[in-house]
Write a protein that binds this ligand. Structure first.
Ligand SMILES: [Zn+2]
Length: 222
């Protein structure tokens, strides 16, 4: 069983529900009514929030499911705190990235892929842990965003891509109260233990962070 960490607010022990009755005590001594329990059922460890097939976490993203071999089902941010966005460059075309993320033999995938024209595809729910960082702890705490292109081709990093990605990152930061800074928005290359170099030297961090900060002040809530 996974160690539960992070998270906030009230937690209901599985035992409380098993005991049942008119009301069940929670750890803090508070008492919840049946009504409250039915509303909070998904906060019980091991019970997941409801999911809707094809739903996306970012309005405007198109859903294409990654192979379930490339991510692990979770219940973030309740089982793992999300406090990081990790930026990648695909080293290939958008279509090839979608294809390999659908391939159960690939062993890796990110939550999102941003295309050169600014189109955003979501392939893994933010609830779940995507295998994108090559580091278990960083996978569990982050949302991964791939960008179509090659690290040695600066022309691949288009204005439309920067703008679309910045809007996406700004909204993720807003939803999980992630600070918009370089401690929390990092490149794959900065993940401890990685041998990946993306997003590469041509990724313009100053420009990107400025766009994220701008989007963060103008973005509408999800
Ligand atoms: Zn990467």
């Amino acid at each position: 069983m996974e160690e539960k960490k992070g998270g906030s607010g009230r937690r209901i022990g599985r035992r409380s529900l098993i005991l049942g009755g008119a009301a069940a005590a929670v750890g803090t001594g508070a008492v919840l009514t049946r009504d409250e329990l039915s509303r909070l059922w998904w906060q019980v460890p091991g019970v997941e929030k409801p999911r809707v097939a094809g739903a996306v976490d970012y309005r405007g993203a198109r859903w294409v499911a990654a192979s379930s071999a490339n991510w692990r089902r979770a219940d973030r941010p309740d089982d793992y705190t999300i406090d990081m966005v990790i930026i990648h460059v695909t080293q290939g075309s958008f279509d090839s990235a979608v294809r390999v993320f659908q391939d159960p033999g690939h062993g890796a995938a990110s939550h999102y892929i941003v295309r050169k024209d600014g189109h955003v595809t979501q392939m893994i729910r933010e609830l779940d842990v995507a295998y994108h960082a090559g580091n278990r702890g960083y996978n569990e705490r982050s949302v991964g965003i791939e960008h179509e292109g090659f690290v040695d081709r600066p022309q691949d990093l288009t204005d439309a891509m920067y703008a679309a990605s910045a809007r996406l990152t700004a909204q993720i930061c807003r939803r999980y109260a992630i600070p918009v800074d370089r401690e929390h928005i990092i490149g794959h290359v900065e993940v401890p233990g990685t041998d990946h170099t993306d997003p590469g030297e041509h990724w313009d961090w100053d420009r990107y962070m400025k766009l994220v900060r701008q989007a963060a002040t103008t973005a509408t809530p999800a």
